[in-house]
Design a protein around this ligand. Structure first.
Ligand SMILES: NC(=O)c1ccc[n+]([C@@H]2O[C@H](COP(=O)([O-])OP(=O)(O)OC[C@H]3O[C@@H](n4cnc5c(N)ncnc54)[C@H](OP(=O)(O)O)[C@@H]3O)[C@@H](O)[C@H]2O)c1
Length: 375
C-alpha cells in the first residue's frame, strides 16, 4: 500500500528519533555557565543522541566522530568527522589529529585496544575523557550487587587480549576503562550504567512493560510485587554525563536508579493502561515450570530469592551525592510508550523482548487452572 506524504514525514521523524527529544520543544534547560567544546565518539544511536541533545541544549559546542552509517542525517547542524574507531580500518582516527577539545564522550568503546588508541591520540588534545562502561564490569556482578559501590573489584579475563565482545562484553569494558586510565591518568570519568531505558531503546527490555500495559487486558506480572528492579532513564544518564564534564568530575560512577519494588513499576505502568486492565502475579516457580525464564521471557525482574537478584541491587550513592537526579518513573513509562507509538507501524507489531501475548495467555490460563484445582 503506498504511503502518503504525511505518513512518510511522521515515520521519518520517528525513525530519526526526533520525537524522543521533547527538549527541542521547550526552553526549560538552562545554559551552562561555561561553554565547552565536546567531542563525541559515536553519538547517533541510543544514549548518544540524548547526550548530544542535552549538551547542545546547555549551549556547548559539539563535534561528532563516527563512520557516518547510523542515523547519518541526525544533527545536520553539527560538525561531523567521519572515521573508524579501529585504527586498522578505513581512515581510522586520522580526522581527530591536531584538534583540541575540552572533553571527549566515548559511548562506543568495547575493546581496550580501540579505547586505548583514541584516548592516547587525544591525551594531549583533550582535558577530560568520559568513557561509558557498564555496571556488569564488576566481578560477580549478577550475584554480587547487594547495594555495593564502586570499590568492588572488576571482573578479570583469562586472556586480556581477547576482542570477543559477544562473550566478554562486561569484563572487556573494565579493560577499556584501564586502557583509558593508562593514556590519561586522573583525567578519565568511568560511567557504569545499569539497564538504560526510555525513548530510542531498541532492545525493548523495559519498553515491553509500558507497551504491554498500554494494550490492556489481563497482564502477567512476574513473581511478587516486592521483588526488586533497577534501571536508569537514558535522559537522567545523559544529564549526569554532561554534568560530570561541566564539573570536571573524574573517577568511577555507578549509574542506576535506587532499586525499587517491581510492584511500583507496575503501578506506574497502570497509569498508561486502559480502564479494566487487570494484573495477575504469577510466582516464579510456576513460571519456571511453564517455561517462562528471566532474561529470556521476562526482563527487568529477578526473583528476590534467586542468585541473579544481585544484578538489580547496585548502589549509585556516589553519583547521587555528586548531582545525579531522577525523573519520576511515571515520566519514563509515559515517554517510552509515546516514543514507541510514534515508530513505524511495522516496528510496533512485534516487541523485541518479553513474552508474546499468546505465551502470556497460555501461562495465565494454566495458572487459573492450577488455582481452580487447588480450591
Ligand atoms: N543499553 C544498555 O542497557 C547499556 C547498559 C550499560 C552500558 N551500556 C553502554 O552504553 C553505551 C550505549 O551506546 P549507544 O549505542 O547508545 O551509543 P551511541 O553513541 O548513541 O551510538 C553508537 C555510535 O557509535 C558509532 N560507531 C559504532 N562503531 C563505530 C566505529 N567503529 N567507529 C566510529 N564510530 C562508531 C555509531 O555510528 P556509525 O555506525 O555511523 O559509526 C553511533 O554513532 C555503550 O557503550 C554500551 O556498552 C548500555
Amino acid at each position: 500500500m503506498p504511503i502518503d506524504r504525511r505518513q512518510f514525514v511522521a515515520g521519518s521523524i520517528a525513525a530519526a528519533g526526533l520525537s524522543a527529544f521533547p527538549s527541542l520543544l521547550s526552553a526549560a534547560i538552562k545554559p551552562a555557565k561555561k561553554k565547552l567544546n565536546i567531542l563525541f565518539l559515536g553519538g547517533t544511536g541510543f544514549l548518544g543522541p540524548h547526550t548530544v541533545q542535552y549538551a547542545i541544549d546547555r549551549g556547548h559546542k559539539v563535534t561528532l566522530f563516527n563512520r557516518g552509517r547510523t542515523n547519518k542525517d541526525m544533527f545536520p547542524e553539527l560538525e561531523k568527522i567521519v572515521g573508524d574507531r579501529d585504527p586498522k580500518k578505513g581512515k581510522g582516527l586520522s580526522g581527530l589529529k591536531g584538534r583540541q577539545w575540552d572533553a571527549v564522550i566515548d559511548t562506543s568503546g568495547y575493546v581496550p585496544r580501540i579505547v586505548g588508541a583514541s584516548s592516547a591520540l587525544l591525551s594531549d588534545n583533550a582535558k577530560q575523557y568520559l568513557f561509558v562502561s557498564t555496571i556488569c564490569t564488576y566481578d560477580n556482578w549478577a550475584e554480587g550487587g547487594n547495594f555495593r559501590d564502586e570499590k568492588s573489584p572488576r571482573a578479570k579475563l583469562e586472556d586480556p587480549t581477547t576482542e570477543d565482545v559477544s562473550q566478554h562484553y562486561c569484563a572487556l569494558k573494565g579493560y577499556c576503562e584501564m586502557a583509558a586510565d593508562k593514556a590519561m591518568p586522573g583525567r578519565v570519568t568511568h560511567i557504569r550504567p545499569g539497564l538504560i531505558v526510555g525513548p530510542r531503546d531498541k532492545t525493548d527490555r523495559f519498553t515491553y512493560w509500558p507497551v504491554r500495559f498500554s494494550k490492556g487486558g489481563e497482564i502477567l506480572a512476574p513473581g511478587k510485587p516486592k521483588d526488586l528492579t533497577q534501571f536508569i532513564d537514558v535522559r537522567d544518564l545523559a544529564q549526569f554525563m554532561v554534568h560530570t564534564i561541566e564539573q570536571n568530575l573524574t573517577g568511577e560512577y555507578n549509574l542506576v536508579r535506587p532499586s525499587m519494588p517491581f510492584g511500583d513499576l507496575v503501578e506506574s505502568c497502570m497509569k498508561v493502561a486502559p480502564e479494566g486492565t487487570k494484573v495477575t502475579w504469577v510466582p516464579n516457580d510456576f513460571m519456571q515450570k511453564n517455561d517462562v525464564q528471566p532474561w529470556r521471557d521476562v526482563f527487568m525482574w529477578a526473583d528476590s530469592e534467586s542468585a541473579g537478584a544481585g544484578a538489580l541491587t547496585w548502589s549509585s550513592e556516589k553519583a547521587i551525592k555528586n548531582g545525579l537526579t531522577f525523573r519520576p518513573v511515571d515520566d519514563t513509562v509515559k515517554a517510552t510508550v509515546e516514543w514507541f507509538q510514534s515508530l513505524p507501524e511495522k516496528r510496533q507489531t512485534k516487541l523485541r523482548a518479553g513474552m508474546s501475548m499468546e505465551k502470556e495467555l497460555k501461562v495465565l490460563n494454566a495458572w487459573r487452572e492450577h488455582n481452580k484445582n487447588k480450591s
